[in-house]
Design a protein around this ligand. Structure first.
Ligand code: GDP
Ligand code: MG
Length: 165
């Protein structure tokens, strides 16, 4: 069975950019407007001899948008994807620090234990240790710093991912 890895996180943290980076594709739509990825997109990650299936989601951990029904549907889709996953990558924005919604989401995702990995994005040009420091308070383990856009931290993320699976 191919292992399934799911990316979750609030809109605009860079989930689709990370999806494209890890799958070497441009299939996931990257946009400045929050909430662009509404349906799940899946692609393959290859790393040496290993492979797994990566799923991009519409997001988790945002306050109700202008269209609450849509926001709810997106959240339901993402939660379904989380339950089906062998590993969940929770992506956050290293430039903003944890939001109130993310602090609440931490409580929902914490039971995943080893199946959850916190990934701090947009850390290019910043002190990545400092960027990660404030995310320890989410209480879901050690954050991993990356820049989905520039590619920094991606080899280490891939190593961690495949050693967990
Ligand atoms: P999603 O809504 O979580 O899927 O986020 P997107 O992948 O659509 O990206 C949202 C915005 O963040 C876009 O403008 C991206 O170019 C930008 N972005 C994504 N990754 C990075 C990164 O590593 N660094 C910076 N500075 N911006 C990024
Ligand atoms: Mg997206």
């Amino acid at each position: 069975m191919t292992a399934v890895v799911v990316i979750v996180g609030r809109p605009n943290v860079g989930k689709s950019t990370l999806f494209n980076r890890l799958t070497n594709s441009d299939r996931a739509l990257v946009d400045d407007q929050p909430g662009v990825t509404r349906d799940r997109i899946a692609g393959e990650i290859r790393h040496g001899q290993q492979r797994c299936l990566l799923v991009d989601t519409g997001g988790l951990g945002h306050a109700a948008a202008e269209d609450p029904a849509l926001a709810e549907r997106v959240t339901a889709h993402s939660l379904q994807a989380v339950h089906e996953a062998d590993l969940v990558l929770w992506l956050v924005d290293g430039r903003t620090g944890p939001t109130v919604e993310e602090q609440e989401l931490a409580g929902q995702l914490r039971p995943l234990g080893e199946r959850l990995r916190l990934v701090v994005n947009k850390t290019e040009g910043t002190d990545s240790e400092l960027a990660c420091a404030e995310f320890y308070q989410l209480g879901v383990g050690e954050p991993l710093a990356v820049s989905a856009q520039r590619g920094s931290g991606i080899p280490r993320l891939l190593d961690t991912l495949f050693s967990t699976l």
